[in-house]
Ligand binder design. Structure first.
Ligand code: DGL
Length: 268
């Protein structure tokens, strides 16, 4: 079967998943939807997040995708059931299960959006796959707005990172899960703040591996450069700003289309 994957996130965060996927699986056709009109998702109410998930997954299935990759932990934590229902039988792949399967440590920290952290989804999943693991979930409200504003090296971001990492250091965690797809973009800052022995876990790597089941074993050599040629990029606001922000992570400027989702009921 020829696959066409649909990925979505509130903004540039899901590109960290797209990149891992293209690095491993080469030129698989993808449609990427960045719901930039409603970023951030992570400070919204669970009900709103469910409505958004319903709408974006519906839009992706309308584009005839053959599988949906939830490149967003917040919707993964709060609306996986909605996504599966709307996808009507096509596979839905998420980050949280993939992340839990990547862990071997007994003390784990999770940095996530406020909504994802409050849901306890990571803790619950890790308890299922590795009972007895100590899990400390930390909500990080300042991160996504600062990342979307391109402020990677601002003092504000550094101070916020110090504050969010502290409870994890106090709990002596041995691994930190980047529980929001925007956070791999902060890896250099987080690395500065964490002791060397603490492992940073990017769930996107697990998702790309999980997709072997659907797409077959990777045929491209590890470390090969990836191409954006097979990906269609769509956003719900500010295509030029998105293209500029995306360049940092993708290494080249993508062509970005502005699209409008059908149901404006959950527009901010
Ligand atoms: N990048 C998304 C996530 O993984 C959403 C972040 C947000 O919009 O708050 O949760």
């Amino acid at each position: 079967m020829k696959h066409r994957l649909g990925l979505f996130d509130s903004g540039v965060g899901g590109l960290t998943v797209l990149r891992r996927l293209l690095e491993r699986h080469g030129k698989v056709p993808c449609v990427y939807l960045g719901d930039t009109a409603r970023v951030p998702y992570g400070s919204r109410l669970p009900q709103e997040i469910k409505l958004i998930a319903k709408e974006v997954v519906q839009w992706l299935t309308d584009q005839q995708v053959t599988a949906v990759v939830m490149a967003c932990n917040t919707t993964n934590a709060l609306a996986s059931d909605v996504a599966v229902e709307v996808a009507e039988g096509i596979p839905v792949v998420g980050l949280i299960e993939a992340a839990a399967s990547m862990l071997s440590e007994s003390r784990v920290g999770v940095l996530a959006t406020p909504a994802a952290a409050a849901s306890g989804a990571y803790r619950k999943q890790i308890e299922i796959s590795r009972p007895g693991t100590v899990v400390v979930e930390q909500g990080c409200p300042a991160f996504v707005p600062l990342i979307e504003a391109g402020q990677f090296s601002s003092e504000e971001l550094f101070q916020a990172a110090c504050e969010y990492v502290k409870p994890l250091l106090d709990a002596q965690v041995e691994a930190v899960v980047l529980g929001c797809t925007h956070y791999p973009l902060l890896e250099p800052t987080l690395r500065q703040l964490l002791p060397k022995h603490v492992r940073l876990v990017d769930p996107a790597i697990g998702v790309a591996r999980q997709l072997d089941e659907l797409l077959g074993n990777p045929t491209i050599p590890v470390g090969a450069t990836f191409s954006l040629a097979s990906t269609r990029f769509c956003v719900t606001a500010d295509p030029e700003g998105f293209a500029t922000r995306a360049t940092r992570w993708l290494g080249e400027r993508p062509q970005v289309e502005l699209v409008s989702l059908q149901n404006p009921a959950c527009a901010s």
